[in-house]
Write a protein that binds this ligand. Structure first.
Ligand code: KG4
Ligand code: ZN
Length: 339
């Protein structure tokens, strides 16, 4: 019999609910929070308040679009971390309340595992190509940058990760110093299309193993801009597209170097990318181009599954549900998850 799951994601600044039946996604509703834009970053207290306002309409809409009644639900899945505590609490409390009132199981989901398993979401009327195990996933979001070996749906090993800032954070912070609004990643992506990626050169970090570091880039970018602006106050405006293209080029080169190294070291040619930064058009084409050269099988997620969404929590909830994972009502959200 088919399993129908309602999934809730509220780890950061997007409130999302999705309905999934087995692996097939029936709805995926996302309410973005605009309140943070003018502050240049997510303000946790405003995020939790916005989640509280959004959660009921978002869940109702997800059920409506899926044409599923609450009584049809077999389980409620929710993100229990990592993320902002206040934000996570809204989704967790709502999921608990709903599972208790419907008397259906509660399944907790790790947000990062969700990003990776988004590759297994199927559509109602078309078969979506999914990675074969074991595969490597470059997981790049606003909070994390990792290279993960995925051995089965629920068996994953982190083989490399950032020692400081995440790739998304590097995009956002470089955007911020250029005076662009939050989140800067998508804006840099857009502006970079008109710029020359070789216009400015920034040093790439020398980090051992399969790990990353992005905090140095942000700092050197800041000093570089400060010196140039001292000479010419209009330097940023006059060179915005070239600056965006050059910064993006550097971040992508750093990400790709370690991904290629990991593929060689581990002998894995099934390569996936996930997380908010996988929306980046430059990164997407770099992976496709590198894949063609190295005979990789490449898996690029649909745009809708790159940044935070509940569909990915639903698919992960589904695999965990099948394994028999159940969360108790005293489960508490966690801001960081031990790896
Ligand atoms: O996965 P996500 O939605 O949230 C976290 O789990 O962190 O990732 C958000 C991050 C932000 O840093 C945002 O700037 C970045 O993903 N991002 C992008 C693009 N779209 C989103 N970075 C570069 N290019 C994009 N097109
Ligand atoms: Zn995320």
């Amino acid at each position: 019999m088919a399993i129908t799951i309602l999934a809730i994601e509220s780890s950061c600044d997007d409130t999302s609910a999705a309905v999934i039946r087995d692996q097939v996604l029936l709805s995926n509703i996302i309410a973005n929070q605009d309140v943070h834009q003018k502050y240049g970053g997510v303000i946790p207290e405003l995020a939790s308040r916005a989640h509280q306002q959004n959660i009921i309409p978002v869940v109702s809409r997800a059920l409506e679009v899926a044409n599923v009644a609450v009584d049809d639900l077999d389980a409620v899945a929710f993100t229990n971390g990592p993320g902002l505590l206040g934000s996570l609490l809204v989704g967790t409390s709502f999921a608990k309340g709903l599972s208790l009132s419907l008397n259906v199981p509660l399944v907790e989901v790790n947000h990062l595992q969700g990003h990776i398993l988004a590759h297994f979401i199927q559509k109602p009327n078309e078969a979506v190509r999914q990675p074969n195990f074991p595969f490597l996933c470059l997981l790049v979001s606003g909070g994390h940058s990792q290279i993960v070996v995925v051995r089965s749906h629920l068996e994953m090993e982190i083989v490399g990760q950032t020692l400081d800032d995440a790739a998304g954070e590097a995009f956002d912070k470089c955007a911020k110093v250029m005076g662009l609004p939050y989140p800067g990643g998508p804006l840099i992506d857009k502006l970079a299309k008109e710029g020359n990626p070789s216009a400015f050169k920034f040093a790439k970090p020398q980090i051992a193993d399969l790990n990353y570091s992005f905090s140095g880039l942000k700092t050197s970018f800041l000093y570089f801009l400060r010196d140039r602006v001292a000479e010419n106050p209009n330097f940023i405006e006059e060179n915005l597209a070239d600056l965006c293209a050059s910064v993006q080029h550097t971040i992508i080169a750093v990400l790709m170097d370690k991904l290629i190294k990991a593929s060689k070291q581990l002998g894995i040619k099934e390569i996936a990318v996930a997380g908010g930064v996988s929306a980046n058009s430059g990164l997407r084409s770099a992976i496709v181009a590198e894949g063609a050269k190295r005979k990789w099988e490449v898996y690029i997620p649909e745009f809708g599954y790159t940044t935070d969404n509940a569909a990915m929590i639903g698919i992960t909830g589904y695999f965990k549900f099948l394994r028999g994972d159940r969360a108790s009502l005293d489960v508490a959200p966690v801001t960081r998850i031990k790896e």
